[in-house]
Design a protein around this ligand. Sequence first.
Ligand code: PFF
Length: 449
Amino acid sequence: MGVSRGEFSSRIGFIMAAAGSAVGLGNVWGFPTQTASNGGAAFVLVYLVLAFSLAYPAFMAEILIGRYGQANAVSSMEKMAKKAWQKKFAFLVGFGGIICAALILSFYGILAGWMMSFAVESAALIAGAQGVADWVTGGSVMRNLFFTTLFMFLTVFIIQRGVEDGIEKWSKRLMPMMIGLLILLIVYVLTLEGAQEGLSAYLNPDITRVLEPNLLLSALGQAFFSLSLGTSVMVIYGSYISKRENMVTIGAQVTLIDVSIAFLAGLLIIPSMYVAQAQGVQIFADDGSLLAGPALVFTVLPSLFEGMGNLGLFVGLAFFVLMSIAALTSSISMLEGPVSFVVERHNADRKKATLVIGMVILAISCAIISNIDLMLGLVATISTEYGQPIIAMLCCVYAGWIWQRNSLLEEIQNGYPEVGESFFWKIWPWYIKFVCPVAIGAVFIHSVL
Ligand code: PFF
């Protein structure tokens, strides 16, 4: 191969990077939106259970495959293949994940561009530049192209710098900033009129709804998207972790951070909606459900900020900067999948490979923008509702059925020598062999039907 690989310099470096990938628009936008449309706290409850009981085991399978392989997703998967068909299977899963990450990035970059444009709007209004503010929120094709390109260049800029100087350094800078902003905003919103009502809608579960099939499916899909599963991202991040680290705890910590931030985002968004209602903004759709999707983020919340007068400009700025940062720490992970593959398999120069791959993905984004009503939903559905669950399931099958049990145990023993006697080792292998593939398969079949 001849290319020197990076490694996270510290445990916290990996945790911040992996949590940075996991925490993104899915947490701050997707999770509260899903909560709003699936009966509030009942969804939160189901989400918490599924994230730890199904998404965490699948997440462990991916980071362990990566750390064992110490290479890009395809080479890592291929490393434990003994037979020719297993190698083909490994290639399919590894490469499929890389394509899936690239496709997600192509539409995610557009959404992230919207977040940046609303941040710029607040800044422009603070500076008194009304014309700029109107243009950046006007929704024109040019506006979309401009901000998507800007966002993609930021992503390329970080990934060109490699694991330690790029991913790790920026995740360590951006994640605490994002968490700080989130907490500040929550504290502020909870003091406003109407927030208490939102809080009780968010925190009191309607237990009768927890077994609704649609709610279960949405919660599982959300948990998989949030932990970036089925995209090769956690395999490649796992490959940069030192053999000295205890993977069982490190994986649990990342899952915990991801779930906690989704929960915190709900504490911000749902009460904000009720505060907006107290100010006369419509927050329920005609069928009585809470407004969700783009209407929530780009209509309800901006109306709320507007109603706060001058202070609202700063609150809006903080909110959309938070969203943009969350998106950036996720997008870098999506780009790392294809870049590490090309650099390691084809001995390519990292800077050039990153630029070229970034531009190819940007070209796909431009194609989506040219017919956004049709293409955005289509690409999102193909990559997140089909690609991610299938590949995540195949990773579990691979780790559970193809990876030899002794070799798997030896890998986990690096950094956790006594794992053989642990509760984790008693149940996890069964989980990835049977429970995860069946549950993910059920979600997939249901979403297809
Ligand atoms: N986990 C990210 C979020 O919740 O927004 C989205 C994501 C990141 C999906 C990386 C896929 C991926 F490879």
